[in-house]
Design a binder for this molecule. Structure first.
Ligand SMILES: *Cc1c(COP(=O)(O)O)cnc(C)c1O
Length: 351
């Protein structure tokens, strides 16, 4: 299952889903029915699982667009069952069991009651049973991941006692799929590694797949100016030149998804060299020190995420400075005003 929630982690859900479908992906995972509708309207024909279920009033949307909801409470199951009965159809659902994530999912102690309730809902069919790992990326917590797997297997036994035998059972997200082979069952639900992210969400010290980041973020040099030693730059005057400097101003800022925590800490690539961000990242601009690069010109390409001249800046690198994970970085760029272009060339992952 390709997880394309949150606009495909900022990469563009419509385009990514269409491309993945053309590559043979038959299941897509989104967070909510609105996201399912978006990719349906883009032309996705495959199955779409709404991981976050649906809200009261969205039953008809679910049925009309053939969206498959995750179900984790009896009330929503009943509402969907009623709506499906009114249409004279049987709606497939996937039951999400909370084996230890503590977020959404049927709590273990409520699994028997849920199984019993579902076995009486003639217009729902339990096609899938799933759970979600809390710490599959952390080998120090593998005991907990094993406990979650054992609880999940126990929940499957309870469902089977109520004659519920799902065709699809699934547990693993990206780290689960890579690090816990026994969690690869009916399918794995891959988000991060699908987009080439994983340097920071896969456990260290295990064989990892060859991951190629899909997202590249570029800008251009806007202005170049000479600044004498001792001048301060940017909001708060947090940077002072210690030499006569050549300073470039780049039109990208925190409103474009570049975290403000990169102030005086981040880097970009210009003319195949890494140069430091100096001063505060502001809403629309960053300032970089290009004194050590000869010939920088307005219009030069600036690589914020991606590769140039053998150098590489990954979303993971930015995340490391910003005390977050790569997913948040690509989501932030995706939500911003940066225009996106999509390349469909097999060996070109720069689009
Ligand atoms: C987001 C999500 C995933 C994908 O997680 P990745 O770490 O990006 O692979 C899988 N399953 C569920 C239930 C999710 O919410």
């Amino acid at each position: 299952m390709a997880i394309v929630k949150a606009d495909a982690y900022g990469h563009g859900a419509r385009e990514c889903s269409k491309r993945l479908e053309s590559e043979g992906v038959r299941w897509f995972g989104v967070a909510l029915p609105e996201e399912a509708l978006e990719i349906r309207e883009a032309g996705v024909k495959g199955r779409i699982l709404s991981l976050g279920g649906f809200w009261p009033g969205q039953e008809d949307l679910i049925l009309r667009e053939s969206i498959t909801p995750a179900i984790f409470d009896t009330d929503s199951a009943l509402r969907l069952n009623t709506a499906a009965a009114a249409r004279g159809i049987v709606c497939p659902v996937h039951i999400k069991v909370d084996t230890g994530m503590g977020r959404v999912g049927v709590p273990m102690e409520k699994v028997p009651a849920m199984a019993q309730a579902l076995s009486r809902m003639a217009n729902l069919s339990v096609e899938g049973i799933m759970t979600h790992f809390a710490a599959a990326d952390d080998p120090a917590q593998d005991d907990y991941t094993r406990l979650q797997t054992a609880r999940f297997d126990e929940s499957l036994r309870i469902f089977s006692d109520h004659s519920i035998f799902p065709q699809i059972i699934d547990l693993a997200n990206s780290p689960g799929a890579v690090a816990h082979a026994d969690a690869r069952r009916g399918f794995v639900r891959l988000g991060g590694i699908l987009y080439g992210l994983g340097g920071d969400v896969l456990p260290p010290g295990i064989p990892v797949p060859d991951l190629r980041p899909v997202m590249t973020i570029t800008s251009v040099v806007g202005l170049i100016k000479q600044v004498v030693s001792g001048e301060t730059l940017g909001y708060g005057r947090t940077f002072r030149t210690v030499r006569d400097s050549v300073i470039a101003t780049i039109p990208i800022g925190y409103a474009d998804g570049l975290p403000r925590s990169l102030s005086n800490r981040g880097e970009v690539i210009i003319r195949s060299q890494k140069v430091p961000i100096v001063g505060r990242v502001s809403m629309d601009w960053i300032i970089v020190d290009v004194t050590d690069i000869t010939g920088t010109q307005p219009g030069d390409e600036v690589v914020v995420v991606g590769q140039q001249g053998g150098l590489n800046i990954r979303a993971e690198d930015i995340a490391g400075i910003s005390d977050t994970i790569s997913y948040e970085i690509t989501c932030s760029f995706g939500r911003s005003r940066i225009p996106r272009s999509f390349s469909s060339t097999e060996d070109d992952n720069s689009g």
